[in-house]
Ligand binder design. Structure first.
Ligand code: FUB
Length: 455
């Protein structure tokens, strides 16, 4: 997606996608990159969403790093960029090929203030990284795979039971588990082949288990959700009275659909609601009528029945829009990479300012949902760097909605020359979706670091 032609197609595709999904703005969650294998984690009031990363030019799997996004309202997601990559595992160097590929599914969990990120290094086993913060930096504490290389050994899911016993599950097409020690970086006892797989010769597999297990406990029930059937993959689940089974197949969370060759569930409870993450190929198919492993993470609200079973969801495109679980405060600094929906943009990172929004062209935009202006703002300011400059139209509720003001972004002489630009804005009270619409001549206009309103 580096060249101009590709970007033009992306803008048109996202425009069509937006029109056809005006009420499903979280499909996909991220529009600036291709993301896969979602692993959400709730910690201290924040959702941390770790994802895999399909490269823009991937045809098959081309995955080099793991990304992190956060939210406190389930609709506005802040991009934190790469949280770890293959080079973090020195043992993952693939001969002459280096660290070029294989950053498959991962999951992060907190224990006693430390964060453990279990990562598939495809063909080389499952590794574990540790950090004092969910944002990293992560390091490899053992210097070797935690789970040895084997074709089955992908897609780790980690779960800590109420008695403190932690389990690691993984596998395709078989499901395996082992008891982790309290240090979370070693295990004790046998690696067990789980009975979730009941492939009896000549009998249909009642679980349709394929890969991507996601094990958790809720209201006394143990759940094992997973990518089911192949291919296309849907998402199904089994329940049990114990973390090691026996499991009973309960049904689909979402049926397989030819619009998504693969799948990978990640499930959380957050602020009184439940959510399932997975992925589809919507952005890929909006761009080209050809299957590439260029996937996009999606999220939908999940509902449980009183007996703990899960209500089956329709396919991503047909589900209800997510309701924000909070409002956004526009009077504090907001990173430009906090986005509910965007068109035509990319994000990059540098050592000076961290993540910023780039590849900004005429008519590209950012939407931030449920922004609470309270009694209304006086002015808007933003930090940008440019060789060319342009304008930002500050609008409400639609990309063509009420114009509050126009912020002129002058040439700041360099793409690293960050400067603050301001405009007065019309006072408008209450909660609105904010649209920052970029305007200018042909070509890249500027880079954008953060914005805020003043009262
Ligand atoms: O993303 C690479 C692999 O594809 C994952 O590890 C599997 O779960 C499938 O989603």
């Amino acid at each position: 997606m580096q060249n101009k032609y590709y970007k033009l197609i992306l803008i048109v595709a996202l425009f069509i996608t937006t029109i056809s999904t005006t009420c499903q703005a979280q499909d996909p969650v991220v529009q600036t990159k291709f993301t896969a294998d979602p692993a959400p984690m709730v910690y201290k009031g924040m959702v941390y969403l770790y994802t895999g990363h399909d490269e823009d030019d991937a045809s098959g799997f081309l995955m080099k790093d793991w990304l992190l996004y956060t939210t406190t309202d389930m609709v506005n997601w802040t991009d934190h960029g790469t949280v770890a990559d293959l080079s973090y595992f020195k043992w993952a160097e693939d001969g002459k090929k280096g660290f070029r590929n294989g950053a498959w599914a991962a999951q992060c969990i907190e224990r006693n203030g430390k964060f453990y990120l279990y990562c598939t290094v495809e063909g080389r086993g499952i590794g574990v990284l540790v950090s004092d913060s969910p944002y990293g930096p992560f390091i490899d504490p053992i210097g070797e795979p935690l789970i040895a290389p084997a074709s089955d050994n992908i897609d780790p899911s980690v779960f800590i039971d109420d008695d403190g016993q932690a389990y690691l599950y993984w596998g395709n097409p078989n499901l395996w588990y082992v008891k982790l020690n309290k240090d979370m970086i070693s295990y004790s006892g046998e690696i067990v082949k789980d009975e979730l797989i009941m492939k009896v010769k000549g009998q249909p597999d009642p679980f349709h288990y394929q890969e991507g297990p996601w094990v958790y406990k809720r209201d006394g029930h143990y759940y094992n959700a997973y990518a089911s059937t192949c291919c296309p993959e849907g998402m199904a689940y089994a329940m049990s009275n114990s973390p090691t089974g026996p499991w009973e197949f309960k049904g689909y969370i979402m049926k397989p659909d030819k619009r998504s060759n693969g799948n990978h569930p990640g499930i959380i409870d957050y602020k009184g609601r439940s959510y399932v993450f997975g992925f589809n190929y919507k952005l890929n198919f909006a761009l080209v009528n050809k299957h590439h492993e260029r996937r996009s993470v999606c999220v939908a609200e999940l509902k449980y029945n009183p007996d703990g079973t899960i209500q089956e969801l329709p396919w991503w495109y047909e589900g209800a829009a997510l309701k924000p679980t909070g409002v956004w405060n526009p009077y504090k600094r907001t990173e430009a990479e906090t986005i509910a929906w965007s068109e035509g943009l990319k994000t990059h990172k540098n050592d000076e300012i961290g993540i910023y929004v780039t590849s900004i062209h005429n008519n590209d935009y950012i939407e931030v949902k449920a922004v609470d202006f309270k009694k209304g703002a006086k002015s808007f300011e933003m930090s940008a760097a440019s060789l060319k400059g342009g304008k930002v139209e500050v609008r409400l509720d639609d990309r063509n909605g009420l114009l509050l003001g126009v912020c002129e972004v002058a040439n700041s002489d360099s793409l690293d020359g960050w400067k603050i630009f301001r405009t007065e804005v019309k006072k408008k009270k209450g909660v609105h979706n904010l649209f920052l619409v970029f305007k200018g001549d042909e070509g890249e206009l500027f880079n954008f670091d953060y914005w805020k309103f003043t009262k």
